[in-house]
Design a protein around this ligand. Sequence first.
Ligand SMILES: [Zn+2]
Length: 366
Amino acid sequence: MLRVRGSASRAQLAAGTRLSRATISEIAADLRRSGLIVRSQGGSSGRRAGRIPELLTLNPDFGVIVGVEFSHTRVTVIATDATHRIIGSKTRDHDREEPWPQRLGSAVGFIDALVPSRAPLIAIGFGVPGAIAGRAGVLAGIARQLTERYGVPVRSENNARLAGLAEFSWGAGQDMNDLIYVRLSEGVGGLLILDDEPRLGTTGAAGEFGHVCLDPNGPVCRCTNRGCLEAYVGLRTVLSRAGAESVNALRDALDRDEPRAHAVVADAGARIGLVLANACSVLDVSSVVLGGPFTQVGDHLLRIVRQSIMRHAHSGSADGLRIRLAELGSVDGALGGVALVLRDHTIPLAIPATSASKRSEEARTA
Ligand SMILES: [Zn+2]
């Protein structure tokens, strides 16, 4: 629970594990003595300390977890400790044609710069765009080179699903048990969370909202089917229809009430809403989170998507449905790499190498 939540009070741990408060206190005392968990550093302090329940976290001295996102045009790396505290992040934009060795070289340079020399690296989670199944070669190549260089566990996932995992862990979906996350970028992907668990499906491709068919006779999609959502609302398609050079330019045009921009966004928003309405009717989730660069136009898009969902979803599933914009910005995919590592219980978080941290914790306790 502390891996996934970052920090929690004993009462929260008892509720989440369905163990008694007494059992949790006993386990927590044991783990604190062995230096595995510590009192939250960012938690209560000063005169109110006595009134706020003490929060526990994993020991930040375990080391550093790294998340990497390779998007079509950007490499982003973020580093955190086991308590979810962000140590730093770095990013670089590049051409679409940039070869993979250069992208990987950027990531390695960022990792070397971000991981402090005294702190051990625990694991790396990374994401790439597109269907994971079709990218086995790229994924295996990156994973092999990172493993050889750093000697730590490396995990990978589609970058839209990683962004959704990050929003579920720390962003707009963190108070939700069920959610549909959709990432609106050049491609349209997403993640499905049901009963607090990401659902990946049989082949790991669940959440591909971009390839829901809206019209069997519609335009050809890059997946070779016709009339997919992505063929209508992929970011490049939207920008070219609106005659805008960038998302910022599109937002400016919307702010100036330019009819062409409004018509394009209204059409895209209605289609996105229709697909999400159908998904909500089938899955009966409590919330929808919209992320990705297209959402930088903000309320202009959110309002139309919301209207469309409310209009088309089955009334039972639309009642009380929360529809929000993502909160984590452009580091969402890289942060999702960290979440992937934290949620993977086959990856051990190292025991502190020195007894120094144990001693200092004992001193703090005393
Ligand atoms: Zn398609």
